[in-house]
Write a protein that binds this ligand. Structure first.
Ligand SMILES: Nc1nc2c(c(=O)[nH]1)N[C@@H](CN(C=O)c1ccc(C(=O)N[C@@H](CCC(=O)O)C(=O)O)cc1)CN2
Length: 293
């Protein structure tokens, strides 16, 4: 019997009986629950649930399967509407999230994401690569991916961002990954794309914000350097953190060596953070995140 796998995500105000209600409805739909994780965040009185379940695939091909996904989604949205400020969704895990990757001149994060995608470690559809420089076009073209060069200057930023937003629409991208894209997105754009833009910052935030954290770190004489993946907001380098990691350095390491070490940490952190997002494990909670791993 052919089966379909789904992921249910729920964020709502804390209250009694929510897990019981969700699991009873899953049973009513003939679902077999493979995993269930939940977190009750007492300081914010918010509750977060992620359930992966499988069920017999309906006959009738892709359209029937999509209809089944939508019916499940609508039913659980209706079930949880009374939970208080509820955000609930059911995703067919075979329908991979559509991701648009942005880059400037550094290629290490783009190569890491494309490698993870090709190896099947990052369950996504890469719909396009966008850059404010022409340099990395060959990387995208080698993968047969649409490439868009959108140069930018302080004078042309509004038009460039309008073109970017049109591309996100055209490619129906659910997520935008800033894979060392070195331009600050406007407050308006990040608000319209809230929770959908993932940035890799090349330091262990909140330390060393801005465009040149490795030089700052070297000047400070740090013994550990890191990287931070976070949702981008209008406040530069202030968005909710998804993942971080560190690596040891020492007095003998030049600023250039810190950058070399840092590249590996950036790749690890961004690919891990993106995988968590693609697997629907990440929930925004104010200026913080809940990651159900
Ligand atoms: N709205 C946001 N946009 C972006 C963020 C973010 O957190 N919110 N992060 C950056 C990436 N980044 C650090 O991680 C970063 C990139 C660029 C700069 C910066 O000062 N850029 C200069 C231009 C630099 C250049 O042209 O090379 C600028 O924009 O004037 C700071 C931090 C991606 N976007």
């Amino acid at each position: 019997m052919d089966e379909s796998r789904y992921c249910l995500t729920l964020a709502c105000d804390s209250g009694p009986g929510q897990i019981a209600a969700v699991s009873a409805r899953l049973a009513a739909h003939g679902a077999y629950v493979e995993s269930l994780a939940a977190h009750d965040d007492a300081p914010s009185a918010r509750f977060f649930v992620r359930a992966v379940f499988r069920r017999a695939t309906p006959a009738g091909g892709p359209a029937a399967r999509r209809a089944a996904e939508q019916a499940l989604d609508e039913d659980f949205v209706a079930l949880t509407r009374g939970f208080g400020h509820a955000a609930c969704a059911v995703h067919d895990l075979a329908r991979l999230p559509r991701v648009l990757i942005m880059v400037s001149k550094f290629d290490h994060c783009l190569r890491e994401l494309l490698g993870g995608w090709r190896r099947g470690e990052l369950p996504m559809q890469v719909v396009a690569v966008v850059s404010n420089h022409p340099d990395l076009a060959p990387l995208a073209e080698a993968e047969g991916l649409p490439w868009h060069h959108l140069p930018i200057s302080p004078e042309t930023k509004p038009q460039q961002e309008a073109a970017l937003e049109a591309l996100i629409e055209r490619h129906d991208a659910e997520y935008v990954v800033l894979a060392r894209y070195m331009q600050v997105l406007s407050d308006g754009l990040t608000k319209r794309l809230a929770g959908r833009v993932i940035n890799i910052h090349h330091s262990f935030l909140p330390g060393f914000k801005g465009a040149r954290p490795y030089l700052q770190a070297w000047e400070r004489g740090v013994k550990l350097i890191g990287a931070t993946a976070h949702f981008a907001t209008g406040d530069l380098d202030e968005g909710p953190i998804i993942e971080q990691a560190l690596e040891r350095v020492d007095h003998a390491d030049s600023a250039q060596r810190l950058q070399q070490v840092g590249r590996h940490v950036e790749c690890l952190v961004l690919s891990r953070a993106l995988r968590y997002v693609l697997e629907r494990r990440v929930f925004m909670n104010g200026l913080r995140t809940v990651v159900l791993r």
